[in-house]
Unconditional design. Structure first.
Length: 186
């Protein structure tokens, strides 16, 4: 279904920009965590970077009928510090997305009856809540000078749902079967 409403279209483009930057930022912060000898926190950053890729992928594809070049403004956290500081940046970004950005984008898409965008924003909103919590756990450990305890991380390639421990039978958000999950082993 083509997009019919400029407001949803703009929000998709901005969300795509935000997710693209989050993806890159987490890879960079993962490298820093690796150098600080925090391999589990580094792995969490890489797993969540993959989830942000899934969100960007959905949003980009929803814009497929709107070809062209655009200047995209998008919110993004900028900090390069020690892992504790970087994790605070990650928490701030995820909470902003979970509490402000995606609830507004989702309601807009719903109001404008843009089904594809609604799906993409719903997927992102559900994952960002989990990401905020996981980054908070990581920061609590890092503040004590320790790596976090972290089992295998499973990330849904469709919606970015992020799960630690045992693999869910199917994705609780989008319903994809467990064999599709991308695995970041402990
Ligand atoms: Fe996230
Ligand atoms: Fe999913």
């Amino acid at each position: 279904m083509p997009l019919n409403n400029i407001m949803t279209e703009k929000f998709l483009r901005s969300a795509y920009g935000g997710e693209s930057m989050a993806h890159m930022r987490y890879l960079i912060w993962g490298e820093i965590a690796e150098k600080e000898n925090l391999p589990n926190i580094a792995r969490l950053f890489r797993a969540i970077a993959y989830a942000e890729w899934a969100h960007a992928n959905n949003q980009f594809r929803e814009l497929k009928d709107k070809k062209g070049s655009f200047s995209v403004s998008a919110g993004a956290v900028f900090v390069v510090g020690k892992t504790v500081e970087n994790l605070q940046g990650a928490i701030d970004g995820e909470l902003h997305e979970a509490q402000q950005l995606y609830p507004v984008y989702l309601q807009t898409a719903r109001f404008q009856n843009e089904k594809g965008a609604e799906r993409a924003f719903h997927f992102a909103l559900e994952a960002e809540k989990i990401h905020a919590r996981l980054f908070q756990e990581a920061k609590t450990a890092a503040e004590q000078g320790k790596d976090m305890e972290l089992g295998t991380v499973y990330v849904c390639p469709i919606c970015g749902h992020t799960h630690v421990g045992t693999i869910p039978g199917k994705c609780p958000v989008c319903g994809v079967t467990e064999d599709k999950y991308k695995t970041f082993p402990a």
